[in-house]
Design a protein around this ligand. Structure first.
Ligand SMILES: [Ca+2]
Ligand SMILES: [Ca+2]
Length: 224
């Protein structure tokens, strides 16, 4: 019975993948050419970022830098409440620590930022505050943001976040965060290989073939 259900689920998943194939759009974030805005209510004179030759970005000091989706990808906003689309953010993340002038720690960082992670911001209404329920604190000492995903090693760690499962509403910017209002030992967070994927619902025809409605699509999508 269990196997039969699993098999059925796998068949549905395969069918869905095939039928939804044409509805996948991948937005690869090129940090070199992306349009960034510093969050004025968070950043100070020392806030800065740097894009390395390998495409990775370093966010250091007390910094919140927002990738403008409209300027970067031509997307006004991403609506996570739309039942016909599903968004995933894939990226690799690493915590680093600088020691001394120019020297870099090679081992495990001995300090943490207060918030190291991502804030999915909706700046369309002119609001500029950070919102805890729309943020992921991957590594940080401050009890702020969602803690569903954690950075647990001292190397690059891969993350894949199904945004529809954790967030709601819309976002216009993806904010890269290395928050540090007090003392964080010159820690910096780094991101690379970041892709925002949009999957559109299968067409009405393929749903009919699968015997599913939109609700069924969402339920199956989440179970696989
Ligand atoms: Ca702050
Ligand atoms: Ca703080």
């Amino acid at each position: 019975m269990k196997l039969a259900r699993k098999l059925c689920s796998a068949i549905v998943a395969c069918g869905m993948a095939a039928s939804a194939n044409a509805g996948v759009i991948n937005y690869d974030v090129d940090f070199d050419t992306a349009t960034f805005e510093g969050m004025s209510r968070q950043n100070n004179g020392d806030s800065d970022y740097f894009v390395q030759n390998n495409g990775a970005i370093r966010i250091y000091s007390d910094s919140w830098f927002a990738i403008d989706l409209e300027d970067t990808f031509g997307i006004d906003s991403v609506n996570l409440d739309d039942p016909l689309t599903n968004y995933t953010l894939d990226f690799r993340f690493r915590l680093f620590q600088r020691i001394g002038d120019g020297g870099q720690a090679r081992g495990v960082p001995t300090s943490l930022p207060e918030i190291g992670g991502l804030f999915f911001a909706d700046f369309s209404g002119g609001q500029t505050d950070a919102v805890s329920s729309q943020s992921f604190n991957l590594v940080g000492t401050q009890n702020w943001g969602l803690d569903d995903f954690s950075y647990t090693n001292d190397r690059w760690q891969r993350f894949s976040i199904d945004l529809d499962n954790y967030l709601s509403g819309s976002f216009t910017h993806i904010v890269l965060v290395n928050d540090c209002d007090r003392e964080c030992g010159n820690t910096q967070v780094r991101f690379r290989d970041m892709t925002l994927s949009e999957v559109s619902a299968p067409t009405a025809l393929s749903l009919a073939v699968l015997g599913l409605g939109i609700t069924g699509w969402r339920r199956h999508r989440r179970s696989v």
